[in-house]
Design a binder for this molecule. Structure first.
Ligand SMILES: *[C@@H]1O[C@H](CO)[C@@H](O)[C@H](O)[C@H]1NC(C)=O
Ligand SMILES: *[C@@H]1O[C@H](CO)[C@@H](O)[C@H](O)[C@H]1NC(C)=O
Length: 273
């Protein structure tokens, strides 16, 4: 009896100790590092896990707790955990072609991998600790966020966001009606197009100056006679066909080059003369 209660007490103590130990173990959370359009290149250094989010996205709000907890593990896992607000950094959402939120990326040695697995702290830790990211195919070179073309795409996103901001200011702050905004944007687009076209023409002109190629003198000399000879040509051609010349000879003569061709054309008038 004494032994049994002793064992029971010991068991209970163990249980209580385990429960209190687990629950009182410091619940590490940390704010992830904020990454912006201007300092995003720091993710190319070392190993990173980054999250794309937006304040309005409900899935991001519920994921925030997990991400902060994961960021708390960052030091132990020897990685940096970052967060990107796409509403403030449209250039980065263009660069990474973010189509859904939240989007998670693993970045190491310039390789970008989009993580689409389970979004739980334990899974995220396993992804890094057990190097499970090795199983994910890195983003192809032509879509790599550090490439020039994706940078250009990022600039387009920034420009689009800027125009959207201007539009919102026009409608909300200045109370300009929507249709007028569209008219203004249409006119601006046309003007920009014209200016770009003008610029292109000017560039072409300065790099490849147009050469004046005067008409060859013999052409100028023959010019007055051109019209009658043209008529002769037509008449002669039909005459040839009437005579029953095989049409197969025509392609052959045309193959022999423009000089021969023109010779043929000029022959009939010479005969006449
Ligand atoms: C980037 O800039 C933001 C604010 O400008 C700053 O809070 C953040 O720490 C910077 N991130 C890095 C990786 O330097
Ligand atoms: C013109 O055609 C003749 C045959 O009809 C050929 O001998 C001659 O080389 C051709 N000349 C040119 C410039 O092609």
């Amino acid at each position: 009896m004494g032994l049994l209660s002793y064992v029971c007490m010991l068991y209970c103590a163990c249980l209580i100790f385990t429960v209190t130990y687990v629950s009182t173990q410091p619940h590490k959370t940390k704010e992830p590092i904020i990454i912006t359009d201007s300092n995003w290149t720091s993710v190319l250094d070392g190993e990173w896990m980054i999250e794309f989010m937006a304040p309005w996205c409900p899935a991001c709000k519920s994921f925030k707790e997990v991400w902060n907890e994961f960021a708390g593990w960052g030091h132990d896992l020897d990685i940096s955990v970052g967060v990107i607000d796409v509403t403030e950094n449209p250039g980065l959402s263009g660069r990474f072609l973010v189509t859904s939120l939240p989007t998670l990326y693993h970045v190491k040695d310039g390789d970008f991998r989009c993580y689409q697995g389970i979004r739980k702290t334990t899974d995220l830790i396993a992804l890094i600790d057990e190097k499970k990211w090795n199983n994910i195919e890195p983003v192809a070179w032509y879509r790599s966020p550090s490439s020039i073309q994706m940078g250009i795409l990022g600039n387009f996103f920034t420009a689009a966001m800027f125009i959207r901001g201007v539009y919102n200011t026009m409608t909300d702050v200045y109370g300009i009606p929507e249709w007028l905004c569209y008219v203004i944007f249409a006119i601006l687009t046309i003007i920009t197009g014209l200016l770009l076209g003008l610029l292109l023409v000017l560039c072409c002109d300065s790099f490849f100056p147009a050469k004046y190629i005067p008409l060859p003198p013999e052409r100028l000399a023959h010019k007055p006679r051109d019209d009658p000879t043209d008529d002769d040509d037509i008449i002669d051609d039909t005459a040839d066909q009437k005579k029953g010349n095989p049409p197969a000879t025509l392609p052959a003569s045309s193959l022999s080059g423009p000089e021969n061709n023109s010779d043929l054309r000029k022959r009939p008038p010479h005969k006449d003369e």
